[in-house]
Structures are given as structure tokens and as C-alpha cells.
Design a protein around this ligand. Structure first.
Ligand code: GLC
Length: 536
């Protein structure tokens, strides 16, 4: 049997609002994506994942869905989405879309019906409604906090409280209700029937809650986030039954459809439970994304990942950035421990960050398994750290009392061409302002430049397809000086990353296939560089 494509696919994340604007309204859209499909095919990725494109009030960048079976008019139409699927497939690209099953928008007809229904009614039973505590029920049912800051329960005028792990416009669904399960199984079929190759599952660890709704310990500090290990709204055993049912649906299609879970779960042994043979196919590896630029820490994550995913027969996955975290060019340019500074005051060394990001890209693509790229990674885009306060749209900004600038700095629209904003993103402006100097990062600027980050990604992706050792499989660590990661893959391939402060000699090899920057003299790998070697 041929190896399933998803075991070593390189999947490109399209944050639809910021990728390409075909209609000139400042927001990316389906027409924009279609016009750039040849770019993606040429880049050499195997698949794209498109962030939510459904009708939505856009309180949380589309992760507040009002209708799961349509396209938001600002993004396009269902017919355009179907055309996109056909065009992508004709170019050999698979398409994953985003499923948001933990919560709906408060504008979803189900929640609208719940608002006008009685406490205890079937309409409310599709969401997590609970009575309050205290003499008049005026206190929230639990002391949990929202992921975005602030309270996680909201009260209706009739006294009933509803749960929202995210913004109050994102009420949590009640996955103990069979009607909710049936609805989402139907939504899966709706998109699979239209040719979608799979789903990325939003907040895959959150659907099932501890039915006792226990309080968190007093003053839980960082543990207040539902992404924390042991939170009663995260990683409950009951969630796996949902994914077993979904897997049966996906396996019923020809070719079988696939799932990647967004599960912020620790330790890796718990995460691996999501990708057992009859559950999700893959899951994002956030431990790798969070690892500092440090050889010991990175090696530990790589070993843990290979061991725990291997134990359940699932491929490892690797990711450096997405629309929720500070871009890795910037993270790697900051002091360890301050990579994700939410206030945006940490000094960043852009030169070191870029050097490390280029090396990390080659590491990512040489590791066994599947890899995710976030749009703009291939251009070496940094986080935009100085967006004006009035431009910020992430709900985190307001909900944190304007202390956490949120995630908009990683969501600034892509610079394609030209000398001035919006740099070919569209004919109108762009929903978040681009820095004036982003011409230097544009696709047009980088396309013909052999030293550019875009050229590095293109070459690496081409080699990844051509070199038999790359993709799915295993690795063997090679002896290397402190601060250096070196591993071999069969047949005849080695990858060396120098995270130490001094140049190191490359191990024996026949040829240097690719390096993230010029080598020092004769076969010395400089600090913060990575090389791919042909060893036989
Ligand atoms: C996921 C998404 C994030 C969104 C949240 C709520 O973490 O990646 O962007 O805000 O879920 O849906």
C-alpha cells in the first residue's frame, strides 16, 4: 500500500484575512487565494489549511462561526470555494479547512434560539448553561478564567449563566448533547462531499468538560488558562470518543479524509492519545514551537515527540509559527524566557532571529514526519511589534484591559509586490497596516534572489521531495559538540544545526546539499546555521 500522503506532507497555513485580497476591500478572500495557488504549487507545499471562512461576525478572526455550511460573503461564495478546491486539486494541492467545534458565534441560530428560550429548555441544552452560585445566583458557576482574559461565564437577564472559554461572543457547545454530535458529523460530511481533503480541528482538547464543573484552586496564576494541564475544560478522557466517530466518517470516503488536531496538551504522552490509530491522524506539536533556541531543549522535544508518537504509530509533526503566536523570526531574536512577551516591550535582535529562523526551517523540513508552514514563514516575516493601538483587533487586547497586545502582530497581510503598502496584497488597503519597509520581504523582491529566505524554502521543499531519506521515517543522532544538533537519515543524509556560539566542522560528507547561509571557509558551519549533507 502506498504511504498515506499526510504522513509527511508539508502543509501551508493560509490565514484567509491576510493572504491575498482579490476584491479590494482590505480583507483577504477566496478569489485572492485562487489567484495565488500557482505560487503555492511552485513553492512546493503539498497542502494548504485555510482558517475559518464561514459566515461570522469576525469577533475572533472567524473563529466565531455563525453558519458552518456557507462562506462569509466578505470571503466569497460556496461556488467560489468549490472552484478553489477544483483548482487546488488540479495543481496537486490538498485542501484542509478549519472546524470550530468547541463554540459557535453568539449570532449562530442555535444561540439566538437559546437566548429567547427558558432556562432548562432544549435550546439551552445545546450550550453550557448553568445556574449561578451565591444566594441570588449572582456568582458565576466556577472561578475559571477565559483564555482571552477576563471572566469565562456570562449572565443572561433571566439569571442563567453560559460558558465561553474564549470571548463572550463565543459560547461553548455542550458536547454531552447527542444533537451537537450529530450536527458536527453532518458538517463534516457537507465539506467532505464537496471535496475537502480534511479538517484542522480548533481547540480539539476542549470539547468535553469535567461534568462536576469543579473550581480551580484559589489564585491558580498561569494555571487559570484552559490550556493548562489539568484544567477541567481540557483534555478530558471523554473527548476521544468524538474523534473515533469522526475517524469512521473520514475513513468512509475515497480517498479517506484526514484530521489535524489543535490540542494544547501536555505531556506528549497525553497528546499522543489524540492520534491513536482510530482517532485523529495528526496533531500540532506545540512543544517544538515553544522550545527555545537551545540544542538541549530542542533535542529533548524531538526525542519525546519521536518516542511518544512512534508508540501509537502516528507520524511526528513540526511547526514553528501560526496565527496565535509571536512569529519565530522574532521569538528567536529575543532572550530566552521572553519569546512570547505579550506587552511587546522585549528587545528583539532581528538579525540573529532571521539567521536562526532560516536554520530552524531546514531543521523542521529535515525531521521525520509532516511539517506546517505559516504564511509568511517562507518570506522570513518578523512579528510586527509596533502596530498602533487603534489598529489592534484581537479580542485579547480589550479583554486584558489593554495589557496584552494579542496576536495581530503575526497576522499582518502578506507583502507580494510593489514599493508601498499594501504591497500587492490587494487593490484597497489592508485590514492591519503593513510596515512601510516591507518591500524588502515581498515575494517580488525575494523571488529572483538566490540568498533570500523564499529561495531557501523553495530549494528545501524541492529537495525534500527529491531526496529519498526525507519525509516519513526515523532519525539517528550523530556525535556532535555541545550546542550542535546532528542527525542522520537513511539513505545517505545528515542534518547539522549549530546552536553553539562558535563555528563547528561539518561531519564527513560527499556534498553539501543546502545550507541556511554561507559556510565559513572550508566546511565550517557558522553559529545559528544549518546544513543538509549528502553522506554517501
Ligand atoms: C484556536 C485558534 C485561535 C482562536 C481560538 C478560539 O486556538 O487558533 O485563533 O482564537 O482557537 O477559537
Amino acid at each position: 500500500m502506498p504511504r498515506p500522503w499526510w504522513r509527511d506532507a508539508v502543509i501551508y497555513q493560509l490565514y484567509i484575512r491576510s493572504f491575498a485580497d482579490g476584491t479590494g476591500d482590505g480583507l483577504g478572500d477566496v478569489v485572492g487565494i485562487r489567484s495565488r495557488l500557482p505560487y503555492l504549487a511552485d513553492l512546493g507545499v503539498d497542502a494548504v489549511w485555510i482558517t475559518p471562512w464561514y459566515p461570522s461576525p469576525q469577533v475572533d478572526g472567524g473563529y466565531d462561526v455563525a453558519d458552518y455550511r456557507a462562506i462569509d460573503p466578505t470571503f466569497g461564495t460556496l461556488a467560489e470555494a468549490e472552484a478553489l478546491l477544483a483548482e487546488a486539486h488540479a495543481l496537486g494541492l490538498k485542501v484542509l479547512v478549519d472546524l470550530v467545534p468547541n463554540h459557535t458565534s453568539d449570532q449562530h441560530p442555535w444561540f439566538q434560539a437559546a437566548l429567547t428560550a427558558r432556562p432548562g429548555s432544549p435550546e439551552r441544552a445545546r450550550y453550557v448553561f448553568r445556574p449561578g452560585r451565591g444566594p441570588s445566583g449572582g456568582l458565576p458557576p466556577t472561578n475559571w478564567r477565559s483564555v482571552f482574559g477576563g471572566p469565562t461565564w456570562a449572565r443572561l437577564p433571566d439569571g442563567d449563566w453560559y460558558l465561553h472559554l474564549f470571548a463572550r461572543q463565543q459560547p461553548d457547545l455542550n458536547w454531552d448533547n447527542p444533537l451537537v454530535r450529530a450536527e458536527f458529523e453532518d458538517v463534516l460530511r457537507f465539506w467532505f462531499d464537496r471535496g475537502v481533503d480534511g479538517f484542522r480541528i480548533d481547540v480539539a482538547n476542549g470539547l468535553v468538560k469535567d461534568s462536576a464543573y469543579p473550581d480551580l484552586p484559589d489564585d491558580p496564576g498561569p494555571a487559570s488558562s484552559p490550556y493548562f494541564v489539568g484544567h477541567p475544560a481540557s483534555d478530558q478522557d471523554g473527548v476521544h470518543e468524538i474523534y473515533r466517530a469522526w475517524r469512521r466518517i473520514a475513513d468512509g470516503y475515497r480517498p479517506p479524509r484526514v484530521f489535524v488536531g489543535e490540542a494544547w496538551v501536555h505531556p506528549p504522552q497525553r497528546l499522543a492519545r489524540y492520534v491513536r490509530a482510530d482517532e485523529l491522524h495528526t496533531t500540532f506539536n506545540f512543544d517544538f514551537l515553544k522550545a527555545p533556541w537551545d540544542a538541549v531543549a530542542m533535542r529533548a522535544v524531538i526525542d519525546d515527540t519521536m518516542r511518544t508518537f512512534g508508540a501509537v504509530g502516528a507520524p511526528a509533526t513540526w511547526v514553528l509559527s501560526n496565527h496565535d503566536v509571536v512569529r519565530h523570526v522574532t521569538r528567536y531574536g529575543r532572550a530566552a524566557g521572553h519569546e512570547n512577551d505579550p506587552a511587546g516591550v522585549t528587545p528583539t535582535d532581528g538579525v540573529a532571529g532571521t539567521r536562526r529562523a532560516r536554520a530552524a526551517a531546514l531543521l523542521l523540513l529535515a525531521l521525520p514526519g509532516s511539517a506546517y508552514l505559516y504564511q509568511g514563514d517562507e518570506l522570513g516575516l518578523p512579528e510586527v511589534e509596533d502596530l498602533p493601538a487603534e489598529a489592534l483587533q484581537d479580542p485579547t487586547w480589550e479583554r486584558s484591559g489593554r495589557t496584552d497586545r494579542g496576536r495581530d502582530g503575526s497576522r499582518v497581510p502578506i507583502p507580494w509586490a510593489g514599493t508601498r503598502p499594501p504591497f500587492g496584497f490587494g487593490a484597497g488597503g489592508s485590514w492591519l497596516p503593513q510596515p512601510d519597509d516591507w518591500k524588502r520581504y515581498s515575494v517580488e523582491t525575494q523571488a529572483g534572489d538566490p540568498a533570500s529566505t523564499l529561495t531557501l524554502y523553495r530549494t528545501a521543499l524541492r529537495l525534500r521531495h527529491a531526496v529519498p531519506a526525507l519525509g516519513d521515517g526515523s532519525l539517528r543522532w550523530l556525535d556532535a559538540p555541545a550546542g550542535v544538533l546532528a542527525f542522520s537519515r537513511q539513505p545517505s543524509f545528515a542534518c547539522v544545526v549549530n546552536l553553539s556560539p562558535r563555528p563547528v566542522p561539518l561531519p564527513a560528507h560527499k556534498a553539501v546539499l543546502l545550507a541556511s547561509g554561507p559556510l565559513d571557509g572550508d566546511d565550517l558551519l557558522p553559529t545559528d546555521h544549518c546544513a543538509w549533507l549528502q553522506t554517501g
